[in-house]
Design a protein around this ligand. Structure first.
Ligand code: NAP
Length: 320
């Protein structure tokens, strides 16, 4: 089968298509014929910084998510031809991932989906929409009538959160660092847009949020905690600000009274949550967003864009 394999850290222009054997099935794992794979910034980090570490099982096929069909159901409950999505659980890091025509994946990370979406729309969903949905539902407990502020709204997860937040009945405020983004954010469903200069809590907002999805991360987290009404909820999901931890964290002084701070980690998807996500997508006729599509042959261009950042939306590798 055709696949992208990396042996260690390398530059984007060193990536090339290789021929490797189709993996053999084993108990607890299923073989997926991949139609398309969403790309993630973590795959650029893997290639540029992480691949030489012992905990990365090189040589490895990168890619932490994919969509496709069951090619060999092994000992699972699936049937050949079932349409599935797969994500996380060590994919593309501990075992071969999705930059390939086939992937052997742990059954627990493969989820059957019933959907009207085409393969490219479906490929936009797994990691991005699961992260947005998990943050809103499991962490922020988003309800009809809530006011949700999405900080880092132009990111792929941010755009998904706007669509899903609206579908869940919230009023959505999109916070972005450039006014030129506002029109596009309103077009995908935001009710209001605010300029994020790092200090939103000082601004008079069109309406006060009681729920806030933090995608910039610790760089703006304290300001986000001061932005929500009380009681209010803040979910820390992203690190777009490139600050990963809170130095000398003193929870008593850092978290205001009556504000609930939570975090989301996408490593533990379940069929129940995936089913709820697709039910929401289908019921509200949500069209998952993607921006660029590349073939395996165009992996150099795809990874160059991924590494540069600022693609403005999901990048998808079309495999079949
Ligand atoms: N917790 C989890 O399990 C989990 C899972 C998936 C993703 N994530 C995280 O969620 C975040 C979003 O991921 P993504 O894939 O959606 O990102 P992405 O699509 O690559 O987002 C990049 C965009 O974010 C905006 N941005 C970047 N830095 C910013 C800043 N300092 N302030 C405001 N906007 C900024 C930029 O848009 P403009 O240039 O238009 O401003 C940029 O084009 C990332 O930090 C990612 O690591 C977490």
């Amino acid at each position: 089968m055709r696949a992208i394999v990396i042996n260690g850290c390398c530059s984007a222009d060193q990536l090339q298509v290789s021929d490797i054997p189709v993996p053999q099935v084993k108990p607890g794992w299923v073989l997926v014929k991949i139609h398309a794979a969403g790309m993630n910034h973590s795959e650029a980090i893997l290639r540029t910084m992480e691949a030489d570490n012992d905990y990365i099982n090189t040589p490895i096929v990168p890619g932490i998510e994919c969509v496709g069909e069951i090619a060999d159901a092994s000992d699972s409950r699936y049937t050949v031809g079932d349409r599935v999505i797969a994500l996380m659980g060590g994919m593309g890091r501990s075992f071969n991932g999705s930059y390939a025509e086939y992937a052997l994946l742990p059954t627990k990370n493969v989820f059957k989906v019933d959907t009207r979406l085409d393969w490219l729309q479906l490929a936009a969903v797994p990691e991005t929409y699961f992260t947005a949905y998990g943050s809103l539902s499991e962490c922020l407990l988003l309800q009809d009538g809530d006011v949700l502020l999405v900080r880092g709204a132009t990111s792929t997860v941010g755009q998904a959160a706007i669509q899903l937040g609206k579908a869940m009945g919230a009023t959505v405020i999109a916070a972005a660092r450039r006014e030129s983004s506002f029109e596009g954010l309103m077009a995908i469903g935001a009710d209001h847009c605010v300029l994020d200069d790092g200090c939103i809590s000082d601004q008079t907002l069109p309406v006060r949020p009681n729920k806030l999805l933090e995608l910039i991360g610790p760089r703006t987290l304290r300001d986000s905690l001061l932005t929500v009404s009380r009681p209010g909820y803040v979910c820390d999901t992203g690190v777009l600000g490139n600050v990963f931890t809170i130095p000398q964290f003193d929870p008593i002084k850092y978290i205001p009274n009556g504000v609930f701070l939570t975090g989301f980690f996408s490593n533990f998807p379940t069929q129940t949550v995936i089913d709820r996500l697709f039910e929401l997508i289908e019921r509200n006729a949500i069209t998952p967003l993607y921006k660029h599509v590349f073939s395996l042959n165009e992996i150099v261009e795809a990874h160059t864009l991924l590494e540069k950042g600022g693609a403005g939306g999901k990048i998808i590798l079309k495999i079949l």
